[in-house]
Design a protein around this ligand. Sequence first.
Ligand SMILES: [Zn+2]
Ligand SMILES: [Zn+2]
Length: 203
Amino acid sequence: MSTEYPQDLQEVIRFHGHMCPGLAIGYRAAKAAQARLDVARPEDEELVAIVESDGCGIDAIQAMLGCTLGKGNLIYRDHGKQVYTIICRERGRAVRVAAKPGLFNRNPDQEAVFQKVLGGRASEEERQTFWAFQKEKVAELLAADLDAIFTITDVSPEVPEKARIFKSVNCAYCGEPVMEPRARIRDGKHACIPCSESYGRGW
Ligand SMILES: [Zn+2]
Ligand SMILES: [Zn+2]
């Protein structure tokens, strides 16, 4: 691994598996939130993150801020937006970090190469061009002034309801237990979501 990156970023890269522009944005967002909330060591203060996309950047939020799906302090809202709201309950503070438009703009040549790589049709040379572009983009995002890449606002530190424990019911179709509020009713019996969705497709 490259040693040009600071220690905390190296740990984020290890967690995510590669360095990419999305991870760079998540890393910068996590650092910005830490600074704004004045939380130097997030392991000392439980944070809650509400994230509005499921891209690479979320791994930086998890690794940097200790907000994880399993602990219930990472809340995912499927809005397709690079917006991170970080809440510090103890301090009664919250910050909303929103990526500015245009951060991932590509010129038409870059876009063509990008599409080929995504589609698995790129030549070795095109792949190298792609990674060179990604690397340049990462460097740009890491070096940018915070206010060039984010709109950062203090928001109300309202924390969504803490994770609750629900009782389980058994799906009548596959036999697997399912948390009661997620169970559906199919033909008068409990069904898990995958089993209920196989119903009513019109054939
Ligand atoms: Zn990535
Ligand atoms: Zn089932």
